[in-house]
Design a protein around this ligand. Structure first.
Ligand code: SF4
Length: 306
């Protein structure tokens, strides 16, 4: 199989491209997403949320190439045997590319590691646990909370994440299936419907790149991607939805792209419709933006402390 642009051997089938042309195609796709949604301006101080996986490392690498001087922000959740390794690799990568890396810990921000919170859940009744069925529920809320607070304290005006097309398709489906449509207004390539100095707007430069494309890019660029999987990943609802969408994509190619293009058509309408319910209010405990008396992270921390 030959590259559709030259006579070299193709390393990717859709689009059919050789290594050199695939890298150029991928980087151009990311740059065009950034331009199309005016994700970054000259004045922006750019932070990149990194976990060490293929998506965040690729995102960090490309953004640092396009906008030298980005800051990488990582979270140490306290997942034994997993996070230490990924942080070590990440730290090496950042020092090789002259990228400042800032690491923030669950332990310092919330008093305990994720492992300790999860272990504590085992002694609780179903009623005490509430909706904390999966470690990812705790992890996701705490991560978002720390990321926003710390990016703001570091003076970042935008925070880029490595979400790809597959991630976004999963999030759209998950919100539909859990009857959480209102949460979908936080999706999209640029997140920041709430205009407040407390919220650092999020951008997703890999929004239109499929998981396979990101994987190929990270491999071809020899980026040091953490291959270990989080030990809690199999317990997540996201995994169930991911498998279902992959089956659908196999049966009907282009399903994920179609889901995202339809979602983008109706996202502005959804945001308009839910604008009033998004009035700015603040968490009674930490003072961060919240739609309820307590923000998600503080309400989970309260549940865990009972
Ligand atoms: Fe956190 Fe779940 Fe991701 Fe593990 S898989 S890092 S617990 S969100």
């Amino acid at each position: 199989m030959l590259c559709s642009k030259c006579k070299n051997k193709a390393v990717f089938s859709d689009p059919r491209l050789c290594s050199q042309h695939f890298i150029a195609y991928f980087e151009a796709k990311v740059a065009s997403t950034i331009r199309r949604f005016s994700m970054v301006s000259q004045q922006d101080r750019l932070g990149v949320a990194v976990s060490g996986g293929k998506d965040s490392i690729s995102c960090l690498y490309i953004l640092n190439k396009l906008f030298p001087g980005v800051t990488a922000i990582a979270i140490d959740e306290g997942i034994k045997g997993y996070r230490e390794k990924t942080l070590k690799q990440l730290s090496l990568f950042c020092s090789e590319h002259n990228i400042v890396l800032k690491v923030f810990e669950f332990r310092k921000e919330f008093g305990k590691s994720l492992d300790s919170f999860v272990a504590g859940l085992k002694n609780k009744s179903a009623k005490q646990k509430g909706n904390l069925g999966s470690p990812c529920t705790i992890c996701g809320a705490f991560r978002r909370h720390i990321m926003n607070k710390c990016a703001r304290k570091l003076g970042m005006t935008k925070l880029a994440t490595g979400h790809n097309l597959d991630d976004e398709a999963q999030a759209v489906m998950m919100n539909f299936l859990k009857n959480n449509l209102s949460l979908s207004i936080k999706l999209g390539p640029v997140v920041g419907v709430i205009s407040s100095g407390l919220f650092v707007p999020r951008i997703k430069p890999l929004y239109f790149c499929t998981e396979k494309e990101v994987m190929a890019y990270a491999f071809l660029k020899k980026l040091p991607v953490a291959l270990d999987e989080c030990p809690y990943a199999h317990e997540s609802f996201r995994r169930t939805v991911q498998e279902a969408l992959n089956r659908q994509e196999k049966a009907d190619k282009g399903s994920k792209k179609a889901l995202i293009s339809n979602f983008l058509e109706f996202l502005p309408l959804l945001r308009e419709r839910l604008k009033e319910s998004q009035e700015l209010s603040f968490c009674e405990n930490c003072g961060e933006i919240s739609r309820n008396r307590l923000c998600k992270a503080c309400s989970i921390a309260e549940l865990l402390s009972r």
